[in-house]
Write a protein that binds this ligand. Structure first.
Ligand code: 6LW
Length: 511
């Protein structure tokens, strides 16, 4: 059938029961889900991530135990004007989620529209979320929301204006008015790029947590405290309080943390990290993922306890026929998903959409495993049907089916190449597959492509996975897999994503 890899037995060396892995190495939200922000209401936790050029934006997650998470929606519904207009790694950056006065509030940056901050709110985090309210005059990234009595403070990383760096201003969330000129807050601990501020009040202190060092291997978390949320802040004498820089830890680039107090009074943090593989400089392909740590307090300062939690090892496989309600995992870098998809009793059809802006439209989901297989049944192709894996619009591999032939087109920056000569496929359904397999060249993995029709399986080439990695492509996102029509339309049957990391200890090994 699809030629999937058989699950390998778990290695003896797995440190804990095969059902869990330590929180320092197993993400709570795998795949490109960076810049996590978290809040708690009673026994429920909610978490959001950046979404960049993909719409709908800002995935929203729910958990009752911090270790098992389910995506319950996306906070930014498809903005017809913005969808498809963002360049790779443009769009929506680093949201913060907070609960205040009976509402959930999310503030985030729309870098595609002049770097403005936008706010949405909802009574129920499953939605509906309000239309975005733009805060005028706060140019920068990584906005945070905190309340000091009736005052709502936005703390952010100002990139232009009267001050740059970590800055703060009082705002009116009812009107979107910025009520004061942004003030500089803290210069950071001295590492590069102080950013990602979050403010918390605890036992008479206000804590300002930052990311510093840049989001690459030097990344870390620093902290300062003050008696007032407006400062002045004094840095922790032992900053950074979290960093894997200059270590061989299998999870690198750790930083951009947000803290939360549990119902029992303990504290925890979510942060981003990557799992690079292969030969130097090592390659990460699934973007920056969300990890969990415990936090304890010593002498009035937070201390990360990275091993505190056991994370259940989840099989993240899924199947989709596009028949029922659309799962929130499906997003598009171009025209909205529902503009590309029609559903009838006859099944789902994917259509090419004209005028979708700069980015090719596609219906895609994030890759969440190191080893995986993605397949799609396509039929009744009236133009060019595509099954794809992409890191961004300039780093992608597409199996194309058109005029009774199948081929694989690889794009690496300005270089485009067909991996094999086109092979004929018979009339009727074609099962197209892409899988990530062990690298033959010290890369992170290899990618293999095939098409199967009339009981015959045609190999459609193999490529080194490093060309679809962040170390090659740059940017802030990770791999996605999906389908699209370049022209015309096609019927899509069952789509499957099979992730093997839960079964295959090797798949998660750092090298
Ligand atoms: C985000 C910044 C960062 O705005 O990466 O890792 C940027 N930290 O805080 C994009 O995700």
């Amino acid at each position: 059938m699809t030629g999937i890899l058989p699950p390998a037995p778990l290695a003896e060396s797995d440190r804990r029961s095969p059902a869990t892995r330590p929180s320092s190495i197993e993400p709570i939200i795998a795949g490109f889900h960076p810049d996590p922000s978290i809040c708690r209401v009673g026994g429920d936790y909610y978490l959001v991530n950046s979404s960049f050029e993909y719409w709908p934006g800002v995935p929203v997650w729910h958990s009752t135990d911090l270790v098992r998470w389910e995506q319950i929606g996306n906070a930014l519904s498809v903005d017809e004007a913005a969808a498809g207009t963002s360049v790779a790694s443009g769009g929506i950056y680093a949201p913060t989620i907070r609960h205040h006065d009976g509402r959930f509030w999310i503030i985030t940056t729309d870098v595609g529209n002049g770097g403005g901050q936008i706010v949405v709110s909802a009574v129920d985090p499953r939605g509906p979320w309000s239309a975005p309210l733009r805060l005028e005059g706060l140019v920068g990234i990584d906005p945070d929301l905190a309340w000091d009595g009736d005052d709502c403070l936005v703390t952010f990383c100002a990139t232009s204006g009267p001050v740059t760096g970590i800055a703060q201003a009082r705002v009116d969330l009812g009107t979107g008015r910025v009520l004061e000129t942004p003030r500089a807050l803290w210069a950071g601990a001295g590492l590069a790029y102080p950013e990602a501020p979050h403010l918390y009040e605890r036992e008479g202190w206000w804590y300002l947590v930052l990311a510093e060092g840049g989001t690459e291997r030097g990344h870390g978390v620093t902290v300062a405290r003050s008696a007032s949320p407006r400062g002045p802040f004094e840095g922790h004498p032992r900053n950074p309080i979290l960093s894997h820089r200059s270590t061989t830890h299998p999870v690198q680039n750790t930083g951009h943390a947000d803290l939360v107090q549990r119902e029992d009074g303990e504290w925890a943090a979510v942060y981003l990290g990557v799992r690079p593989r292969g030969m130097t400089p090592m390659f990460h392909v699934n973007g920056r993922e969300t990890f969990l740590a415990g936090v304890r307090w010593e002498d009035g300062w937070p201390v990360f306890d990275e091993e505190r939690y056991d994370i259940p090892v989840r099989d993240r496989s899924f199947e989709e026929t596009f028949a029922g309600a659309l799962h929130p995992r499906w997003v598009s870098p171009g025209a909205p998903v529902l503009q590309q998809l029609t559903r009838s009793d006859d099944g789902a059809r994917v259509h090419a959409v004209d005028g979708a802006g700069q980015t090719p439209s596609a219906i895609v989901a994030r890759v969440t495993d190191h080893r995986w297989t993605f397949t799609a049944e396509i039929d009744d192709v009236t133009g060019t049907a595509v099954v794809l894996v992409r890191l961004d619009d300039a780093h992608s591999a597409e199996v194309r089916v058109a005029d009774g032939r199948a081929s694989t087109a690889l794009r690496i920056g300005p270089i485009a190449q067909d991996l094999t000569a086109p092979v004929p496929v018979s009339d009727g359904p074609v099962l197209v597959g892409i899988r990530s397999v062990a690298s033959e060249t010290s890369g992170p993995d290899d990618l293999e492509f095939w098409a199967e029709s009339g009981g015959v399986r045609h190999a459609l080439g193999r490529t080194d996975g490093r060309y679809l990695s962040t170390e090659v492509a740059g940017g802030f996102t990770g791999r996605v897999v999906g389908i699209r029509a370049i022209d015309g339309s096609f019927r899509v049957g069952c789509v499957t994503y099979t992730g093997f990391d839960a079964h295959d200890a090797e798949a998660c090994a750092p090298r």
